[in-house]
Design a protein around this ligand. Structure first.
Ligand SMILES: [Zn+2]
Ligand SMILES: [Zn+2]
Length: 250
C-alpha cells in the first residue's frame, strides 16, 4: 500500500477532494464530479470494425468506416477512452500542467476500460517525444499514461522502446503527404531493444490521437521490427469534426 493511500482519510481531511476539471467538492480523491463525468464523450457502438470510429445509429455495427476502407491502417485497433471535446481537452491540459500523477491515474483507468484483457506479455509503449521537448516540459505525458496503464492492467511497461530521432514540427494544418514527409525517419525502435520485438504484442499509448500520422509512423516501425500486433490506446481521440479545435489547442 502506498504512503498516500495509507493516509487517505487524513489526506481527505487536509485537502478535501475536488473535481480537477471544475473544482466542485467530490467524495474521494482521483475522480470527477458527476457533471464533469457527464461532459466526457465516451465512444460506443455502432462503430468501425477496424478502428472503432463511432457511427451514427443507422449504420450497422462492425461495418468499415470510409478512412479504413480507403486506406487500410496498419494498426490492429484503436482503444480511445473518450472523444476529444472541451471536457477531455481540459483533462489533457491538466495532465500537462497540473498534478500529473493523479490525472494520469484517472485517465489510464478510463483507457484501461476500453482495452481487451491484457497480460504480462503485452508490451505497453508510449509514443516518444523528442528529448528537446522532454527537457522543456520535464516529462512525456504519454509515458506517464503508459506507466499508470501498465500498473492497472499488468502489462509490461517499456518506456524507451521507441525514440524520436529528430524533432518534428507541429503537424496541425499539414496535409497527409506533408505529415508523412515531416515524420519520415523521425521515429525508430531504439537500438538494444530490437531483440524484444519478435512477435511482440504492443499497446501504443498517447494522450491525444489527432490525425493519426504520428501513431501510424510508430505502428509502421514497430511492425517492420517484428511486432505481430499493435493496438493504439489513447485518452482523447479527435474525430475529423473536432480537428480544428485540437489544432487551435496545440
Ligand atoms: Zn467537475
Ligand atoms: Zn475505421
Amino acid at each position: 500500500m502506498s504512503f498516500a493511500r495509507a493516509f487517505d482519510p487524513l489526506l481527505d481531511l487536509v485537502f478535501p477532494p475536488r473535481c480537477p476539471l471544475c473544482g466542485a467538492g467530490i467524495s474521494t480523491h482521483g475522480g470527477l464530479c458527476a457533471a464533469c463525468w457527464g461532459d466526457l464523450a465516451i465512444p460506443g457502438e455502432p462503430s468501425c470494425r477496424t478502428c472503432s470510429r463511432p457511427f451514427p445509429a443507422d449504420i450497422p455495427n462492425g461495418a468499415l468506416c470510409a478512412p479504413c476502407l480507403g486506406d487500410p491502417p496498419r494498426h490492429d485497433g484503436i482503444a480511445a477512452a473518450t472523444l476529444y471535446n472541451d471536457a477531455s481537452r481540459k483533462l489533457v491540459l491538466a495532465l500537462k500542467h497540473g498534478n500529473r500523477i493523479s490525472h494520469a491515474r484517472l485517465m489510464a483507468r478510463l483507457i484501461g476500460a476500453k482495452l481487451d484483457f491484457v497480460d504480462e506479455t503485452r508490451l505497453i509503449v508510449p509514443v516518444p517525444l523528442h528529448r528537446w521537448r522532454i527537457w522543456r516540459r520535464g516529462y512525456n505525458q504519454a509515458a506517464e499514461l503508459a506507466r499508470e496503464l501498465a500498473r492497472i492492467t499488468g502489462g509490461k511497461l517499456v518506456v524507451d522502446l521507441l525514440e524520436r530521432r529528430k524533432p518534428t514540427p507541429s503537424l496541425g494544418g499539414l496535409g497527409k503527404a506533408a505529415r508523412r514527409r515531416a515524420l519520415s525517419g523521425a521515429i525508430a525502435v531504439r537500438r538494444g531493444r530490437k531483440a524484444a520485438m519478435k512477435q511482440a504484442r504492443i499497446i501504443l499509448v498517447d494522450d491525444v490521437l489527432t490525425s493519426g500520422a504520428t501513431s501510424e509512423a510508430c505502428v509502421s516501425c514497430l511492425k517492420r521490427s517484428g511486432a505481430s500486433k499493435v493496438v493504439i490506446a489513447c485518452f482523447a481521440r479527435v474525430l475529423d469534426e473536432a480537428l480544428e479545435l485540437a489544432n487551435q489547442a496545440e
